[in-house]
Design a protein around this ligand. Structure first.
Ligand code: TXA
Ligand code: MG
Length: 338
């Protein structure tokens, strides 16, 4: 049975946080909000609890988990050493949507790290998350609280749709502020490497540590360094394609593809950012055009298309620098790069 615990995101009720923290201490699983997406939390030092997280999500065991802590002091427990550049990033951006890959200590199990000798760490910028970690008194593993491969959850009801009956507690702390996951930076390479663009623009990181190398995002040659990136991700149940080209061509191609698919008897959804689509018989959803708005809506809209039961989602292209880079990454993965 899964208990839903509604907690005030602005001033979390201590008694409710305590209840959730007890579940963690007893080796249970608790889904909780962060500023990016909801995470599925468990005691990062309890192997049985960690196994429950992999099992509930259906997550491949070679895809490592992020360890969430509530202060930089907590880092002493899990990471041996890190550079002054890493420290500068923590000082500037934690709590916040930045995950750093550091050398791990022995106490961090290879079950957490997928057999790697590094560990991913971050301090989330969310009052419920921070008080839960503090009250539990241990670092928490917390992958996004979705079934493996599905869009990440930005609301408690999305978590429940995927994990109800499979986890002990789901905290309902409202909608997450950012809507896409943290930026992941490998600090064990020189220069540092961007493993996953996300909520914190890489350009902001470069202002602190200088050049950050980008990995190619081609899906054929997935970087072995970031195990999670090789799996199909963020995917709606519907088939999804992105139509690229200049804006006039995009508009007419989407229209044409939509009309053809309708004729074939398909239920068609259009995901729009800039263009005003009115194709009769299609379900059009607008993600907005400002990156902050799009990030907040993207996963939610993908899930909404599924609830509508569409067979095909045709998307306008979206991309650029800053937060747009992370959004473009999620969009392309959702479409399986089609
Ligand atoms: O915003 C977020 O980061 C959310 C919230 C809940 O904190 N969490 C999240 O976790 O997105 P998850 O498990 O869905 O994604 C973690 C990513 C995966 O791509 C994984 O492969 C990568 O981080 N990762 C974890 N540990 C790693 C390591 N030691 N080396 C390289 N990549 C690692
Ligand atoms: Mg995830």
């Amino acid at each position: 049975m899964t208990k839903i615990l509604k907690i005030n995101p602005i001033s979390p009720e201590p008694s409710k946080i305590k209840e959730a923290a007890e579940v963690i201490k007893n080796g249970g699983t608790v889904a909780f909000p962060t500023e990016t997406v909801y995470g599925l939390g468990a005691d990062a030092l309890n192997l049985e609890a960690i196994r429950k997280v992999f099992k509930a999500k259906g997550r491949p065991s070679d895809n490592p988990l992020i360890v969430h802590i509530s202060s930089i002091e907590d880092l002493r427990l899990i990471s041996k050493r890190y550079s002054s550049a890493a420290l500068a990033l923590m000082d500037k951006f934690w709590p916040g949507p930045l995950t750093l890959i550091l050398k791990k200590k022995k106490i961090v199990s290879e079950i957490v790290t997928g057999g790697l000798d590094t560990v991913a760490v971050r301090i989330p910028d969310n009052k419920i998350a921070l008080s839960l970690i503090k009250m539990a008194g241990v670092p928490l593993v917390a992958p996004s609280a979705n079934l493996s491969g599905r869009p990440s959850p930005t609301r408690a009801k999305d978590v429940a749709a995927d994990l109800s009956g499979k986890v002990d507690v789901i905290i309902d702390g409202g909608k997450t502020r950012i809507g896409i996951e943290s930026t992941v930076i490998d600090m064990t390479t020189s220069p540092p490497t961007l493993l996953r663009p996300g909520g914190l623009p890489v350009e902001e990181i470069e202002k602190v540590v200088g050049l950050v190398q980008r990995l190619s995002v081609s899906h054929e040659k997935e970087p072995a360094k970031s195990p999670g990136m090789k799996y199909r991700h963020y995917a709606p149940k519907a088939r999804m394609v992105i139509v690229e080209g200049d804006s006039e061509a995009v508009q007419s191609d989407i229209r044409e593809l939509a009309e053809k698919s309708l004729k074939d008897g398909k239920k068609v959804g259009i995901l729009a950012f800039h263009i005003d689509f009115r194709v009769k018989g299609c379900i059009t959803k607008y993600a907005g055009s400002r990156p902050g708005t799009v990030a907040g809506r993207l996963f939610d809209l993908l899930r909404a298309f599924d609830r509508d039961g569409v067979d095909l989602i045709i998307s306008e292209p979206y991309g650029g620098e800053g937060l747009k880079l992370g959004i473009a990454d999620r969009l392309k993965r959702a479409a399986g790069h089609k």
